[in-house]
Write a protein that binds this ligand. Structure first.
Ligand SMILES: [Zn+2]
Length: 376
């Protein structure tokens, strides 16, 4: 397990909230549970951080979710949440130089995804996305760990762009993106798991405009029931497998983070290579039906463009489970090389032939001329 990045910069800022500075932060890495506004150690190491509380208390913080959905505030995330300006951040663009084929990556195994209609889900508007709660009997196995499903949610753009995916492939942005969040079963819950580097595993499904998708309509048709922040609605359970691409063996895998504050670098990402398709009308419902604000707000804010911009990969590599692209590139390179060699060979052959003909032109007439001359 890689070390979890330290929250040193913001230690005292957060400390005033916790108000527990005696012997509490003597060593180890300190993490804040943002759900409970409390602190705990997630990793022990011989690091002395501070021994005194700050002299000047940090100004009162405002809840992060009061920001507008457009994510315009993401420039200032790092001032409150150290991780957001740190390493191992998501999302990434999966492009040539950072991709590395890994033959050890096996197809992802989904368990319990085929939920019954008798086991309802709760769909809710949390002020920055649409979230669907998932039952704990849904899980994926990533040896040596089991990751239990917690919820799925979406990121999308706006009418103006239709481009709201977080991850990109070779610079290409997709219409939207769904994340199925799982937490490591060795931790008690998502809140605990998000504080450690092997805590979460998220499946990323890229969404593109195409034909009507009846599976996704189990969710999309309910959006008008949860237009405003804080609203939730019970929907019949359905087969979540039908929301995931057919091929489970082609994906990008890397170590990254939550894409919303506090940006904890605790996510093992699995982003499928192949997108799924929904109709433009279905996408429009995401882009027009929802608000970040409550029903009675005097200044309603549309829930649009709720994606985070691309982050630096740093020294990270993205593991790729497939290599058709690499084989294709090598094949094309070989083909191009062969064509160049054939072309050059043909040119040389023709050039030599022409040179030979020129020689014949020079010498052939010389003999009869001499003969003629001698005859004269
Ligand atoms: Zn997400």
């Amino acid at each position: 397990m890689r070390p979890y990045p330290k929250l040193i910069e913001h230690l005292w800022r957060d400390l005033k909230i916790a108000d527990r500075h005696d012997n509490f932060f003597q060593s180890g890495l300190v993490c804040r549970d943002y759900n409970k506004d409390t602190f705990h150690f997630s990793y022990s190491s011989p690091i002395t951080i501070y021994s005194q509380p700050p002299q000047t208390p940090h100004p009162a913080d405002t809840p992060i979710l009061s920001r507008c959905c457009r994510n315009e505030g993401e420039n200032s995330w790092a001032t409150r949440y150290s991780f957001c300006g740190g390493v191992y951040q998501s999302p990434l663009d999966f492009h040539g130089s950072i991709l590395q084929y890994d033959s050890n990556l096996k197809p992802i195994q989904l368990y319990g995804y085929n939920a019954s209609s008798n086991d309802p889900f709760i769909i809710s508007n949390n002020g920055h996305t649409v979230s669907v709660s998932l039952p704990p009997n849904m899980y994926i196995d990533i040896p040596p760990f089991r990751y239990i499903a917690a919820q799925l949610h979406f990121h999308w753009g706006s009418l103006a762009s239709h481009g709201g995916s977080e991850h990109c492939i070779g610079g290409k942005k997709f219409a939207a993106e769904m994340h199925i969040v799982h937490y490591n079963s060795k931790y008690a819950d998502v809140g605990t798991a998000m504080e450690v580097s092997d805590g979460l595993a998220v499946l990323g499904i890229l969404i593109e405009i195409g034909s009507f998708n009846s599976a996704y309509d189990n969710i999309i048709s309910q959006l008008t029931q949860i237009k405003y922040k804080g609203q939730s609605f019970q929907i019949p359970g359905f087969n979540i497998r039908s929301l995931v691409p057919e091929s489970l063996d082609e994906y990008y895998r890397y170590e990254g983070s939550l894409t919303t504050p506090p940006c904890n670098p605790s996510v093992l990402w699995y982003v499928f290579r192949n997108p799924i398709f929904i109709s433009e009308e279905q996408l429009l419902l995401f882009e027009t039906a929802l608000y970040c604000t409550e029903r009675n707000s005097s200044s309603p804010v549309e829930m649009i463009d709720n994606y985070r911009r691309l982050q630096q990969e740093g020294d990270r590599l993205v593991s790729v489970s497939f290599r058709e692209g690499i084989v294709l590139a090598i094949t094309l390179a070989c083909l191009l090389g062969s064509l160049i060699i054939i072309g050059v060979t043909c040119w040389l052959f023709r050039w030599k032939k022409q040179a030979k003909n020129v020689k014949k032109v020079v010498y052939t007439p010389a003999v009869p001329m001499l003969e003629t001359t001698s005859n004269v």
